[in-house]
Design a protein. Structure first.
Length: 503
């Protein structure tokens, strides 16, 4: 049985520390002989009491008390570190490493006290059999900035690959950064140049001499940088795993994210993802809605329907077709698709997020997958290296034929209709009042793939629908600022090239 030492310097407010300790209590340690060592550096008596109660019920625990090294300021923007604080943390972690070596542990799991761990974290990291491996988590280091991982490739915090003799412009740097960030979300383990805060270190690495000791002739600042440089010099590989990301409570108000984290853990969404259908509807009762819902209900888990002011029986059709499936109707009275497509699409997205989706399938009420999607669709949700799927969209010009000419080629491309919701990704939107897309405009920054499940789009299938849509587009955008003039002019073509739809 492997002996693992769980170690942490602790200086956190009680509301954050309580959540961290709760995650330690639920951590799966089966098959391990686990000990704990903490350095109580709290200046809050309530936090010290929480830590003391946790330790009291665990005999194999060492609790050391440290006089706080000075004022440690954390506000709603960031954490303010000073040199003496960094050195204090480095010394504490070196003490932990020595304790693990002296007491014959097979590994030490170093974790920061503001992390909420997935119960499977320790067992999974140990199963990788790496000398140094950290579980990746995501943090917005400054408010309103994108979340970034606790892993990097080179130097202080470089997130893109670059050869020593290679010059990269900003566009290339951004492109390579996106590649790395997507890799940090794909569910696998990857070799990196830097990591920290949630790290399992083997006894073999300890015996080689890894440490958090400062390096006086390098300008890199921070104990994790010193550790990673020393590990690389010793020939030890650094690995970042992305299978069970912890929740990082970097700011006090991040505590509100904890219930969702545990709800996902308890529901097993890391093993069985929840698929939420998101749909915008308006007077669809006598069109294609019933057929769409009766097919899609066979592979979705939940539906969020945004009703854009229907005056017919649309909502009744939804209730009837999804009677035994969780579904939520939201009426949109203050913004309309007819006036501002971007505004209502964003509202649809925001409303869908209130129901805590895992994957979001965004379909219109006149879009219907081919029948084999019932059998094949769910398999898409288990690829951890894909965050966005596109599908070929066949613009049906009748019940049996789709249009195929120079202006109508959607069936030859992949349109994003399915995305994994990624809370740590900063989504942005197009402001176009027309043709803005149904999803955030920057999904292209996430890893994507095409899926060969065809969608039949019946929005053009009736002559009267084509006339109405043509008029609407011209009323909103007479100069075709948001669309293509040639395609606009082709809508009413009396003899387009049509191809039979073949199941």
């Amino acid at each position: 049985m492997k002996r693992i030492l769980i170690a942490s310097p602790v200086r956190k407010p009680p509301q954050i520390l309580a959540e961290h300790l709760r995650s330690l209590e639920t951590l799966d340690t089966g098959g391990f002989d686990v000990g704990y060592i903490f350095l109580d550096d709290n200046d809050d008596r309530e936090s010290s009491d929480l830590l003391l109660r946790f330790c009291a019920s665990r005999p194999a625990t060492v609790l050391k008390r440290n006089k706080p090294l000075g004022t440690y300021v954390c506000d709603e923007r960031t954490h303010f570190w000073r040199s003496e604080l960094i050195l204090g943390v480095a010394n504490a972690k070196n003490m932990f490493l020595k304790h693990a070596l002296d007491h014959g542990y097979d590994g030490i799991f170093l974790i920061d006290a503001d992390l909420v761990l997935h119960p499977k974290t320790l067992r999974h990291l140990a199963s990788l059999e790496k000398d140094i491996v950290a579980e990746v988590f995501w943090t917005a280091w400054q408010p309103s900035t994108p979340c970034l991982p606790n892993a990097w490739l080179t130097d202080d915090y470089t997130l893109y690959e670059r050869h020593p003799d290679e010059a990269l412009d900003e566009a290339a740097q951004r492109t390579r950064t996106r590649v790395f960030l997507n890799r940090m979300r794909d569910g696998g383990a990857h070799r990196v140049g830097g990591l920290g805060a949630c790290t399992l270190v083997s006894a073999a690495a300890l015996r080689r001499g890894v440490s958090f000791q400062p390096i006086h002739n390098l300008s890199l600042w921070g104990e994790d940088r010193w550790f990673c440089v020393r590990a690389a010099v010793l020939g030890l590989e650094l690995w970042a795993d992305t299978r069970f990301p912890p929740l990082h409570l970097y700011r006090d108000d991040d505590v509100h994210r904890v219930p969702r984290f545990w709800k996902r853990v308890e529901a097993g969404y890391d093993e069985q993802p929840k698929l939420t259908l998101s749909m915008l509807v308006r007077n669809e009762a006598d069109r294609y809605l019933r057929d769409a819902l009766l097919l899609h209900r066979r592979f979705i888990d939940e539906a969020v329907i945004v009703d854009d002011g229907s005056t017919d029986g649309t909502v009744d059709v939804v209730h009837e077709c999804l009677a035994d499936i969780p579904h939520h109707i939201h009426r949109s009275d203050d913004v309309s698709f007819q006036r501002d497509e971007s505004a209502i699409r964003r509202r649809q997205w925001d409303l869908t997020l209130t129901h805590e989706p895992d994957w979001i399938l965004n379909l219109d009420a006149d879009e219907i997958f081919e029948d084999r999607a019932v059998r094949d669709f769910r398999a898409l949700l288990f690829r951890r290296d894909v965050h966005v799927y596109g599908f070929p969209l066949f613009d049906m010009w009748s019940a049996t034929h789709y249009r195929d000419d120079a202006q109508w080629t959607a069936h030859t491309r992949y349109f994003p209709m399915l995305t994994r919701y990624t809370p740590d990704f900063q989504y942005s939107w197009s402001s176009n009042r027309l043709h803005c897309g149904r999803f955030p405009s920057n999904l292209g920054e996430l890893s994507g793939a095409g899926a060969d499940l065809r969608i039949r789009h019946y929005g053009w299938a009736r002559p009267e629908d084509r006339v109405a849509k043509h008029k609407r587009y011209l009323d909103i955008d007479p100069d075709c600022t948001f669309g293509d003039r040639a395609q606009m002019d082709s809508i009413l073509d009396p003899a387009p090239r049509l191809v039979p739809w073949r199941p």
